[in-house]
Design a protein around this ligand. Structure first.
Ligand code: IPD
Ligand code: CA
Length: 276
């Protein structure tokens, strides 16, 4: 495939991902108006799922498979569907489920299309990604090599911010022991930065970084569906994204920042024991 053909293919995937994300977003809004409650807990008692998470993912899955029956799907709320095309859709129907439950307007539908995603959707190359905040109607999107946009506007991360002036987003997992470790890292990092934001949706955190609303973001223990679309959007807006020991981001650690800030933040996280 030539580079031109690849970018046309990614744009077509983005169009489909956008259509599906918009439909899913409308579905979540309607469902929220009808009322939401916790349907079950998952990894811990704080890790919740609502019926809307499940129904939204079922809707997204059926729309993907109607359009592209040979593709695979890795989603938060249901088993992995193996495809044969080499493309996987990495889906978080509601990223920020706790915000969704409480009516805090910071949750998102996140959909990415990944080539060669591997088990759990963590490897490979993300070709297209969409993150929609249904309440604000903001739709962030990107294709690999094609830039990132919000409502048609090209996005770019804030350039050259020093760590001491950086507004840094992060998040916490659901397991008590992991939260203890995350709190220890924060204790060390907080005095070194402008401030910390815990928005409650990794997909929106990464989109906010792309839009210059945060200077950096890091979190331990994310799943592929939390960050696949948002990381592409941030990267295409100029962010550097990485993981532990200078390697690729993974389920242990994701660090995202403008290239000029990345090393300083990564070093501060190492000092805080985050990379251990
Ligand atoms: C969570 C959110 C949150 C992050 C957690 C994720 P969920 O996803 O992205 O910001 O801190 O690690 O699990 O459970 O709301 O889909
Ligand atoms: Ca999530």
């Amino acid at each position: 495939m030539t580079q031109h053909e690849a970018s046309v293919a990614s744009a077509a995937l983005l169009d489909l991902a956008r259509d599906i994300a918009v439909r899913a977003s409308e579905f979540t809004l309607q469902a929220r108006r009808a009322g939401v409650s916790v349907a079950a807990t998952k990894s811990t008692h704080t890790d919740i799922v609502t019926a809307v998470d499940r129904d939204t993912e079922a809707l997204i899955r059926s729309l993907i498979l109607d359009a592209r029956p040979a593709d695979g799907i890795v989603g938060e709320e249901d088993a992995t569907h193996d495809g044969t095309s080499g493309l996987d859709w990495v889906v978080d129907p509601i990223d920020g489920t706790v915000n969704f439950l409480y009516g805090i307007p910071a949750w998102a539908v996140s959909i990415a299309v990944v080539e060669g995603a591997g088990a759990g959707g963590v490897d490979g190359t993300t070709l297209a990604g969409v993150v929609v905040n249904p309440v604000t109607g903001e739709l962030f999107e990107a294709t690999a090599g094609g830039g990132a946009r919000l409502a048609g506007r090209e996005l770019a991360v804030n350039p050259t911010v020093a760590l001491g002036s950086a507004l840094v987003g992060t998040g916490f997992g659901y397991a008590a022991e992991q939260r203890r470790k995350q709190a220890r890292v924060l204790l060390d990092l907080l005095p070194k930065v402008r401030d910390i934001r815990r928005i409650g949706s990794a997909a929106l955190d990464l989109s906010a970084l792309a839009a210059g609303r945060l200077d950096a973001f890091y979190e331990h223990g994310l799943n592929a569906w939390d960050h696949a679309a948002g990381a592409l959007i941030a990267r295409e807006a100029g962010a550097r994204i990485g993981g532990p020991g200078g390697g690729r981001e993974n389920s242990e650690l994701l660090i995202a920042a403008a290239p000029g800030l990345y090393e300083e933040l990564a070093a501060a996280l190492r000092e805080a024991g985050a990379d251990a």
